[in-house]
Ligand binder design. Structure first.
Ligand code: HAM
Length: 424
């Protein structure tokens, strides 16, 4: 053991993790293919200003959580805390304005936030996300929620809670902020110190403050944005909800859901599992519409909508659910005794690989009883045994681990025989 450990809130992903990460990525890839998304992977480091402006000065992320550095050349760069501002940057940088709309991009990779590490909350974590760029249609909002829901369903999550809200646009949101501010002013002495600051910076942030007292004040009767939406935002949101009804996607209206990022307009949503708050993983997917982000970043207006999800959170839940599942996907174990058998097994293992049949081997081991013990532990259905005699006669034994029955076959026939037995 050396004195070095992985940094706080950052961890090694081991093969056990990749089992779930790969599964999640596969589902994302399939959904992306079906919906016509193209993959994108921006650099992990971006100019700090991109997030300061994009993610927003009023957010926890920019105020407290960014890993930023100054390069030897004097540039201020930040390890991305989220992808969305990078996606807008890339959209303009690669002239995607000229592509048919909406442009659909998806991603899967690491993000960094200097947060207090806890269950499902890391400083280096992985996000997958899907972004629709260039359409203001309500159907896109519905599709974003549908796609997020479908991914979690494909991963066999059952009790999902979808919270939806609309936070209006530049027409109606500023007025709502005023109404909210006047309600909160009378609680100035009761809200937390952060919220007192938020009152000036962006009172919407108070709605998702984690402080219990602040939540009590909000949920105890703060004005709701849904009562203050302008006609366009109201119509837009109504159509999103009607689409969800048509799709039979179960959702709850949460009039205080605003999400922790500054760029949202109109629809916002979050999906979690029922276990939330009981040592669960918190929000699994979050997203919404962000029609103003491109303009905030100095580009032309690009109406957009998207979502992102914490891969580690989903992986933790999948891991928990699969506890007790069988240990191996392989059905065959190759055991050998003696030098000649070892050499012939090396070649046989290669033949199996070419046929795409997964075989577990411990060619470096000599003891047959140990190899059989390992085969048992791996939970395989068949063990192939090649001893000195079989090696000389170009034969091999196939043992059925369940019945204990075994038969000897010609080495040249063993792959065919295993294919027949395993239905390959
Ligand atoms: P976000 O809510 O900040 O939104 O993050 C999205 C998801 O990333 C969360 O729901 C959670 O699952 C995961 N996540 C966030 N922070 C951590 C962490 N410290 N550890 C583990 N998982 C975490 C965004 O990032 C937006 N860019 C989403 C979006 C895309 N909106 C529109 N397009």
């Amino acid at each position: 053991m050396t004195k070095y450990q992985s940094p706080i809130g950052m961890r090694d992903l081991l093969s056990e993790d990749f089992k779930y990460f790969n599964k999640i990525e596969k589902v994302c890839r399939e959904i992306a293919g079906f919906y016509g998304f193209q993959r994108i992977e921006p650099p992990i480091l971006e100019q700090s200003l991109l997030f300061e402006k994009g993610t927003g000065q009023g957010t926890e992320i920019v105020q407290k959580q960014m890993f930023s550095l100054r390069t030897k050349g004097g540039d201020c760069l930040t390890l991305r805390p989220e992808y969305t501002p990078s996606i807008i940057r890339a959209y303009f940088e690669h002239g995607m304005e000229s592509l048919p709309k909406p442009v659909k991009l998806w991603y899967f990779g690491p993000c960094f936030r200097h947060e207090k590490p806890q269950s499902g909350r890391y400083r280096q974590f992985y996000q997958f996300g899907f972004e629709f760029l260039g359409s203001e249609s309500w159907i896109i909002d519905a599709q974003t929620i549908q796609l997020s829901y479908n991914i979690l369903k494909a991963l066999e999550f059952k009790n999902l809670i979808i919270k939806v809200n609309s936070i209006g646009d530049s027409q109606c949101c500023p007025y709502y902020k005023k109404v909210l501010m006047s309600y909160l002013r009378s609680y100035r002495n009761s809200i937390c110190a952060d919220c007192v600051k938020r009152l000036k910076l962006n009172p919407l942030r108070i709605l998702d403050c984690k402080n219990e007292k602040c939540q009590e004040i909000i949920r105890g009767g703060a004005p709701q944005i849904l009562d203050h939406l302008c006609k366009d935002c109201n119509d837009h949101f109504k159509k999103v909800l009607e689409s969800l009804d048509t799709l039979k996607i179960p959702y709850t209206l949460d009039p205080y859901l605003v999400r922790g990022l500054d760029y949202y307009t109109r629809t916002v949503f979050e999906i979690s599992t029922e276990k939330e708050g009981e040592g669960g993983q918190g929000t699994l997917v979050g997203g919404g519409r962000y029609d103003n982000l491109a303009k905030i970043l100095g580009g032309k207006e690009v109406p957009a909508c998207g979502c992102a999800s914490g891969v580690g959170r989903i992986a933790n839940l999948l891991k928990e659910k699969s506890k007790g599942d069988s240990k191996t996907t392989s059905k065959v174990f190759l055991a050998q005794v003696g030098e000649l058998a070892k050499k012939k097994s090396l070649k046989l293992f290669e033949d199996f690989r070419k046929q795409k049949i997964k075989v577990v081997e411990t060619l470096h081991k000599d003891s047959l009883s140990l190899q059989l013990k390992l085969a048992n532990k791996a939970g395989v259905k068949y063990v192939l045994i090649m001893g000195q005699k079989e090696a000389l006669e170009e034969k091999i034994i196939i043992r059925d681990m369940k019945s204990g029955k075994q038969k000897t076959v010609a080495l040249a026939r063993v792959i065919k025989e295993i294919k027949r037995k395993t239905g390959k």
